[in-house]
Design a protein around this ligand. Structure first.
Ligand code: PLP
Length: 348
């Protein structure tokens, strides 16, 4: 597969911005090349210097946890940066198209619209799995990207592995598997399949299990050809020094994160069961993520009644295939109890 020819012609011909740090890589003690403040910084010491554009120390530490080599790793200002870059690198505005599989994460569509790229929607089947025939029919020679979210937001289920492999085997563009919730799933990551499929892109994030949504740090894992293209187009210093320092420190706390994941999964099962026992709840969908989707008698009414009590969940009832559904993030045991007793107290 010729990934290089998938990129837009202007991107293929792009000469990327060359940073001061790109042009000099040796050991020096006097840096007068980047117009920084040589006296220092009012904040931590190294903040007066531009950060490593490729975040190599952080990627090195990450590679030991994920088992993905540095040259197959991209870091962005949230996964949302990687999503936007995929459009900018591979999709010709007004000409190419991408396939998304509703109900799913909203950013794919927003990014497509920002970049003036046609969206082809192939809804998931009623069991929230892939409509493989529909996907095959939607693909044409201008289809560049297919976004598969697994576990899927907002439905919570993992997509059947062999179905994803069918798409990978038959589609000539990039297949993006968004694994934002993979830490909570029984299904294993597709990271091991990266060597097999040059067109596979896996998105993960520090925003969910890692507890660092405020930091804005997302990961994309892919063949080095794809990673090089993303790096060529990204803003030169897209990850700040503070984010790199803090993420590196966070990686020392894998055990804490794994504990939270275990508790969250146990709480998810408990919450699902207790929700299902409430008279107002018609159905609780099985979840492989840190949230559950539940169909209720009166979604808008329930949502508003909870807001009155200072409890915010997500009303997904207007989303395709999610009629009457609310999406609830699994909280701490105490938060889940507060939610459940609030729901029990609702009478209408
Ligand atoms: C939350 C979420 C993300 C994370 O996005 P960030 O920009 O990394 O915070 C990505 N994909 C899906 C499906 C999500 O639900």
């Amino acid at each position: 597969m010729d990934i290089k020819n998938l990129q837009r012609e202007n991107i293929k011909n792009l000469r990327p911005y060359s940073t001061a740090r790109d042009e000099y890589k040796g050991q020096a003690s006097v840096f007068l090349d980047a117009n920084e403040n040589s006296f220092g910084s009012p904040l931590p010491e190294n903040f007066n210097r531009y950060p490593d554009p490729l975040q190599l120390d952080l990627k090195d530490a990450l590679s030991k946890i994920k088992g993905v080599p540095i040259e197959n790793t991209f870091l962005g200002n949230g996964s949302d940066e990687a999503i936007d870059l995929l459009f900018r690198c591979f999709c010709n505005p007004g000409k190419d198209n991408v396939i998304i599989l509703p109900p799913t994460y909203g950013m794919y569509e927003v990014s497509a619209n920002i970049n003036d790229v046609e969206i082809r929607k192939v809804n998931l089947l009623p069991n929230f799995q892939l409509d493989l025939e529909g996907i095959a029919e939607a693909i044409d020679e201008y289809t560049k990207l297919i976004f598969i979210c697994s576990p899927n937001n907002p439905t919570g289920n993992s997509i059947v592995r062999t179905d994803i492999e069918t798409v990978l085997a038959n589609f000539k563009g990039l297949v993006i598997i968004d694994e934002a919730y993979i830490n909570f799933a029984k299904q294993r990551t597709f990271i091991q399949e990266l060597t097999e499929y040059p067109q596979l892109v896996i998105l993960q994030t520090f925003s969910k299990a890692w507890g660092l949504a405020g930091l804005r740090l997302g990961m994309a894992f892919a063949s080095s050809i794809v990673i090089d293209i993303l790096n060529k187009v990204k803003a030169p210093y897209n990850i700040s020094q503070s984010t790199q320092d803090l993420a590196l420190a966070a990686l020392q706390h894998v055990a804490q994160v794994n504990d939270w994941i275990k508790i969250t999964v146990a709480e998810r099962e408990l919450l699902s069961q207790k929700l299902a026992d409430l008279p107002m709840v018609k159905k609780v969908y099985p979840s492989d993520a840190n949230f559950v989707l539940a169909e209720v008698e009166d979604a808008a009414g329930t949502y508003n009644a909870l807001v009155e009590q200072g409890i915010i969940i997500r009303d997904r009832s207007k989303v395709v295939l999610c009629d009457g559904c609310l999406r609830v993030t699994v909280g701490t045991p105490r938060e889940n109890e507060i939610l459940l007793s609030a729901l029990k107290s609702l009478t209408y």
